[in-house]
Design a protein around this ligand. Structure first.
Ligand code: ZN
Length: 316
């Protein structure tokens, strides 16, 4: 019995303790539950934020999709425009290359024309016929070329294009080295005598250098005379030439020396002598005279420049 009581007491105490344990256990569980509840609230908040963020992203995506759709729908339109522009560009390039070719052709023609034309400045007393005769052409040709209508009026200073009759290989300049015109054909005050005299030739200076002079065309030397006879022409050579069936009498005056003799045949370009200042001369130059006849006659003299220009030889 004693033993039973004791057991009962023990059991009661054990139960008491156990219940306290349970109570404690329950209380800690409750605490835990409360904590989880708080966690759940926190998580809910986080979840809501994430949902908000997702919906924001979703709307952004929708917006971008819309834009992509818009761009895609316009892509074909732009592509068509681009292709049209490309076609236009290649057409323009093709036209450009055609134009470029035309320009090159015109420039070539222009060059040829420039080579064929000479430009003449109209002087006092000129008429189209007079100019035409000088250059071996016709007044109709000059009028047509320069768009001059009947009655063919021209003005002093007017520039005329003239197609020169080119037979340059028939005649050459008497001097090939550097030279310049010192006195033209015509009236002048004589450099030594000081009076007005007619200058029956063309003076070509050579910068005081003694250079060769040549036969201007095929011909025969009719005279080669020394300055020792006191003639104002100094050492001088006369050559009879025939150009286009017509005979001319050519004179080379004031030579330093000459290398041909009377009766000798010369070919165009053969050396006649060396330019000098023998006779009545103030400096080294060639006095070049030309007569429109094989016989000596001062009335038959004419301007050498007119003669030369017909054959494409000009002097500066
Ligand atoms: Zn002279």
């Amino acid at each position: 019995m004693e033993e039973n009581k004791f057991t009962k007491l023990i059991n009661a105490i054990v139960n008491l303790f156990t219940r306290q344990d349970l109570k404690d256990h329950i209380s800690s569980l409750e605490k835990e539950i409360n904590k989880k509840k708080l966690d759940i609230i926190d998580l809910k908040q986080v979840h809501e934020e994430k949902v908000k963020y997702c919906s924001k992203l979703q709307s952004e995506i929708s917006e971008k999709n819309l834009k992509i759709e818009q761009i895609t729908s316009k892509k074909d339109e732009y592509l068509n425009l681009y292709n049209a522009e490309k076609v236009k560009y290649s057409e323009a390039m093709r036209e450009n290359s055609i134009l470029q070719k035309k320009i090159e052709e015109l420039e070539k023609e222009d060059q040829i024309e420039e080579e064929e034309y000479i430009v003449y400045t109209v002087k006092k007393g000129d008429t189209l016929i007079k100019i035409a005769l000088t250059y071996g052409t016709t007044y109709q040709s000059i009028a047509q070329l320069n768009n001059i209508k009947s009655p063919y009026t021209i003005e002093i200073g007017q520039k005329l294009k003239i197609i020169q009759k080119k037979i340059t290989d028939l005649v050459q300049s008497p001097i090939s080295a550097s030279h310049y015109k010192t006195s033209p054909y015509g009236w002048r005050t004589h450099p030594i005598y000081g009076d007005k005299r007619f200058h029956y030739g063309l003076d070509l200076g050579t910068n005081s250098r003694k250079v060769n002079c040549y036969a201007i065309a095929d011909g025969v030397v009719t005279a080669a005379k020394s300055a020792s006879d006191g003639n104002g022409a100094g050492n001088r050579v006369y050559v009879r030439i025939k150009v286009e069936g017509h005979e001319y009498y050519i004179m080379y005056w004031h030579l330093d020396s000459y290398s041909v003799k009377a009766g000798q045949t010369v070919k165009k370009g053969d050396k006649i002598g060396v330019v000098g200042k023998t006779g009545t001369s103030t400096g080294i130059h060639l006095h070049f005279g030309i007569q429109d006849s094989s016989t000596w006659n001062t009335s038959k003299y004419f301007n050498p420049e007119t003669f030369f220009s017909k054959y494409g030889v000009t002097f500066r």
